[in-house]
Design a protein around this ligand. Sequence first.
Ligand SMILES: [Zn+2]
Length: 471
Amino acid sequence: MEEAMGAQEQTLRPDAPADVGLRVAKLNERLARYIPPREMWTPVDEALFGPIDLYRVPLEDAQTMQLKAITYAFTRHYNNNSFYHEYCTTHGVSPSDIKTVDDLFKIPLIPDLTFKQYPEGKDFARWIGSVFTGDLPKVVIKGSNPTFDEVINAFNASGLVVTYSSGTSGRFTFIPRDQKTFLTGQFGLVKSAINMWGGDLFETDGFLLFPNPSKTDLFVGKVASVYFDVVKDVQMAIDRELTTKDIQMTMSGGQGLKGRLFSYVQNRMQEKTIGKIIQWLERHDKAGGTVSLVGAPYLLYFVMQKLQADGKSFDLSEDSFVLTGGGWKVRENVRIPVKDFRKQVHDILGIPEASCFDAYGMVEGNGWMVQCPEGHYLHLPYTYYKPFVLNEDLMPAAYGESGRFAFLDALAESYPGFIITGDQVRMYEHCPVCDRPGPVLEPEIHRTTGEEARGCAEEVRRALARDFSVG
Ligand SMILES: [Zn+2]
């Protein structure tokens, strides 16, 4: 305990903004139910809740925390997950092999496809049990051929948070989180954003540019439920139910008349959504209010396009905040130029460019990479999350080389979060622009060639924006 308090003081460096300590204290108070009692902290909790600023922990301290947290998580999955235990045995690796930071790469990584290879019907429930680490709650699933939603709902009713993300092929990625994994992941997201921004998120009125968390099990929707516990008030872009069936339909495109009708309804809804956001902005502009907008960038992009076309602009409070995530596609093969986006946020909404951030995360992980305001590189929460960039032989690539993103995520308690993704990234040992220690990713993330298009904003975009274009 003494040691941890020491680490906490150490991590607030004199060059960190003075407000950061205050904001984090407020965060800890506001999200108290997300934090386990101090005397029960594991090395994983220590790595997330201990530092004041996750992105400014001196490298050596961070590596010490990282090694302890990840070794703790690895031991847990090795001992409590029979599928992962067997996988490790095949690779001839056990927790006793992990002694230094350099040994971390020995921890067997699972391809992200693992979470897409599920059976349907009753066996789907058994499959969730097989990837889950720990004791699954007992659930009753009615009928002999339950849908994905019925199985997920049964688990979630008993306290689990099973969420999913989808690819264009119609295959989902299902991840079972227990309450602790879900809450710490959400806490990590808000802490990451606050650490990077330094502003007072708690005093903003929020607009969520994602689906209503209580009406979907899409990861991107569910994870945003923490937003309601942080800001003063939240309005939502998408307030209808979104099931796996809806998502499958939108990702596959829908055929024939049904597809065209579906697409027509989607477009009408999207126009209504944009109108709703503009009205909300107008109201807050008049009242001189401080706002936060969080979610899919393409929605805000369409809002700004419409405002621009109508010759309108706002002068929102300078203390306002924008956090985007999930990818930058507006239409097939069309990406939003991120630089222009930030400039528009300033020119059209009046929110400073330095208060406009993009974050990178995924359904399989609980680490959040947030852009620094100085150079817009994606900083990694390296006290509990170890990133790798892998070459074609799945060996670590040198800094600056492009390759496949992989990570060891200590926060994943209910499934082994040691994963090779399908994302193509470039990592640097240090940010080329700002003075925060620790590695960064280049802001532009792409899918590895041949991998299906995916991304949280992508399924939301498709759910709403098929063939929709402005201007
Ligand atoms: Zn930076």
